[in-house]
Design a binder for this molecule. Structure first.
Ligand SMILES: *Cc1c(COP(=O)(O)O)cnc(C)c1O
Length: 402
């Protein structure tokens, strides 16, 4: 039986009042098929063996839990970085893409579709499809195609077809709409690999389970290093919320671990140019699930903005809406400028160039008054290679590097 202490999804696909599966009837069979099979497949020994082997030998897991001494000194606590940036393809997205592709194969699907914003999920999906020899179609907003050219080239090299989406703001939300439209038109043989803990049930739970490897590893790595499994804080950035869900997963039931989600405040939450969904949004329905959503008084989705394309989404995974409402996790927001300073700080202090998304989590370190005995884990969700152009432009406009 479920107790009200649990933070897991219930059998109808809800976290509290959030989640569910608000889908057109034509997708009902696909979503039902997934719902009825995902747990059995994921618990099957042959699946586990294949997935674990790929995570170890292809992705490079376990990723290190690095004690960052220089920023520990700076922020007066013991700070560990969970190095998801060292995964194959440069971020946590590959954990989910590989998990879903193994699942799709077992469901007999031949054609894979995905949406992508910054291109990281598109690259991870194209990588998994190349490995498994499956057809791959990635929907990407025209604006993002221009912003993220290197990732578009990677997808092409990997054999994926990238379809430019020209509707709406030509970004992630519109790419997702287009991917759902494709799924409706090719429901039978197509599996849609959603890239975060969003979409209709069972996607949010399934993706959280695939990403939960992050907190599973943190637990035993902390135990090996400091002799206890649980830190005082876990901090992660939140776009759709998958790296945060994975980093929180095995700590949720231990209320002494403070869970901090960090959204993009863009140019400031009062400027109309942000993606701080849980701070300024209201509940509504987006891409098949009920969750907080940035919307105007008429319920129309408002355009999100962040310097980082991976956080530029007007919704958030339903699990985070729930953790926010019941106050199990705390959500703060970080501006473009604060994130950029955190990029430069980590680069100079630790010799690690982080992704812009991950820099939002790093910037949160300055927002808390830690006790000197606190153990803080920051999930470093990705590496900064894809953001180099943004960094170079910033450095050229400032005097930082001179
Ligand atoms: C995609 C991405 C994110 C945001 O997605 P979540 O689902 O919120 O994790 C964060 N960091 C990096 C490096 C990404 O590529």
């Amino acid at each position: 039986m479920e107790t009200n202490k649990t933070y897991s999804v219930n059998e109808n696909g809800y976290y509290g009042v959030y989640g569910g599966a608000y889908i057109p009837e034509i997708l009902y069979n696909n979503v039902e098929e997934l719902k009825n099979n995902y747990l059995n497949i994921m618990n099957d020994d042959s699946f586990k063996k294949e997935f674990d082997d790929l995570l170890k030998n292809y992705v490079g897991r376990p990723t290190p839990l690095y004690h960052a001494k220089n920023i520990s000194e700076q922020f007066k606590a013991t700070v560990f970085l969970k190095r998801e940036d060292l995964n194959h393809t440069g971020a946590h997205k590959i954990n989910n893409a590989l998990g879903q592709i193994l699942l799709a194969k077992r469901l007999g699907k031949k054609r894979i579709i995905a949406e992508t914003g910054a291109g990281q999920h598109g690259v991870a999906t194209a990588t998994a499809c190349a490995l498994m020899g499956l057809e791959c179609i990635v929907y990407m907003g025209e604006a993002d195609i221009k912003r993220q050219a290197p990732n578009v080239s990677r997808m092409h090299m990997l054999g994926a077809k990238v379809i430019a989406v020209t509707s709406g703001s030509k970004t992630l939300k519109d790419a997702t709409n287009e991917a759902i439209r494709d799924w409706i038109n090719h429901a039978e043989h197509t599996h849609y690999i959603i890239g975060s803990v969003v979409g209709p049930h069972p996607y949010p739970d399934m993706v959280a389970r695939f990403q939960s490897i992050i907190s599973k590893e943190i637990k035993y790595q902390l135990n090996n290093t400091i002799g206890k499994e649980d830190p005082d804080y876990v901090i992660a950035c939140v776009g759709g919320g998958s790296n945060a869900a994975g980093a929180f997963y095995h700590f949720m039931e231990n209320e002494s671990v403070q869970l901090i989600g960090v959204e993009a405040a863009g140019k400031g939450i009062d400027t109309g140019h942000s993606a701080a969904t849980l701070t300024i949004g209201k509940p509504g329905i987006i891409h098949g699930s009920k969750t907080y959503l940035m919307q105007n008084e008429d319920g129309q989705i408002t355009e999100p903005y962040s310097i980082s394309a991976g956080l530029d989404y007007p919704g958030v995974g339903p699990i985070h809406s729930f953790l926010h409402d019941v106050k199990r996790a705390q959500y703060i927001s970080i501006t473009d400028d604060e994130a950029m300073q955190a990029v430069l700080n980590l680069t100079r202090k630790e010799g690690i160039i982080p992704a812009l998304e991950s820099a939002h989590a790093l910037a949160a370190l300055a927002k808390f008054n830690f006790r000197s005995t606190d153990t803080v884990v920051v999930n470093l969700s990705g590496r900064g290679d894809k953001d180099l152009n943004t960094y170079i432009n910033f450095l050229n406009e400032s005097n930082y590097a001179k």
